[in-house]
Design a protein around this ligand. Structure first.
Ligand code: AMP
Length: 291
């Protein structure tokens, strides 16, 4: 596996792959890799002649400096896992390498309505930072397909809008959420949970699952409230937002029959660790994030 640190070397590598006609699958990550990331990587390796993974903790998508500084970094182990999975190249630049012209990053991306709710509302600037890094990476790596996890459900919709507004052609592959055996969605941030927090964190998914049953004979509002009340009652837990939305527009719904694809998206603080998850209440026969 090739480890690439510079823009120049990444360009060279991409040109070599193009010359030999290899189509590239790309998995963008911030490292501290777990089985959730690896499920994306394994799918990319299966489906593409060449797989490139980026490992880059993107400073401009963090609206909280402490969250950025405390974000786990485990580069050596990450590279071992990627090599073992059959990845061809890992791109792991420094922030100075990727953003040489600091202070000059003022382009506003057109990301549409899907970017202004939920994560967009609670993490100002987050999606602009995500858009900036992906715009750079997509142009540099020029992948045929890029793999994203449904754990960051909203991100997938935002990335699709980015591709449209920037006129980029990349097939987005959405991959299901990987969970620990107790239901907790795998996340790099889980390593920051204390033992006590880790013990209660699965309540997030358990509560979401219970709420799907509850929703069968309760209103959207009652279902929303039962989730928030249950989780807020757990010591050390605080729901930042829970929104039941149309999965395509990400706008809140009032009635269950408003859409055939409905998801509940949640963010919970477990102490100072911010965890996100989501669950489907209605699913169309064929899920297509591009609808
Ligand atoms: P991150 O390193 O957190 O930016 O995540 C990189 C990619 O891995 C994103 O597309 C995430 O949605 C995806 N991912 C993270 N955790 C999981 C998980 N538990 N299951 C599936 N995909 C995940």
């Amino acid at each position: 596996m090739k480890i690439i640190r510079t823009l120049y070397d990444m360009t060279q590598y991409r040109v070599q792959q193009r010359d030999r006609g290899a189509s590239v699958g790309f998995v963008p990550t911030m490292g501290a890799l777990h089985e959730g990331h690896m499920s994306l990587v394994e799918q990319a390796v299966r489906e593409n002649a060449v797989t490139v993974v980026s490992v880059f903790v993107n400073p401009i998508q963090f609206n909280n400096k402490e969250d950025y500084e405390k974000y786990p970094r485990t580069e050596e182990e990450d590279f071992k896992k990627l090599a073992a999975a059959g990845v061809d190249a890992v791109f792991a630049p420094t922030a100075e390498e990727l953003y040489p012209e600091e202070g000059n990053n003022c382009k506003e991306y057109e990301l549409g309505e899907v970017a202004s709710v939920m994560e967009g509302k609670y993490r100002p600037g987050h999606f602009q930072g995500v858009a900036k890094v992906l715009d750079l990476l997509f142009r540099l790596i020029d992948p045929r397909r890029a793999y994203f996890g449904e754990k960051d459900f909203q991100q997938i919709a935002v990335v699709r809008n980015l591709l449209k507004s920037e006129g980029l052609h990349v097939e987005i592959v959405a991959c299901p959420i990987k969970r620990a055996s107790d239901g907790l969605a795998l996340s790099s941030r889980n390593t920051r949970l204390t033992k006590e927090q880790r013990d209660v964190a699965p309540e997030i998914y358990q509560t979401l699952k219970y709420s799907v049953e509850y929703s069968k004979d309760h209103s959207v509002q009652a279902t929303h409230d039962t989730v928030v009340e249950h989780l807020d009652a757990i010591p050390g837990m605080k729901v930042e937002y829970f929104e039941i939305v149309d999965a395509r527009t990400l706008q809140p719904i009032d009635e269950w029959d408003e859409s055939n694809w409905i998801v509940g998206c949640i963010t919970v603080y477990c102490g100072d660790v911010r965890l996100i998850d989501n669950i489907a209440y209605r699913l169309p026969n064929k899920v297509d994030h591009a609808d």
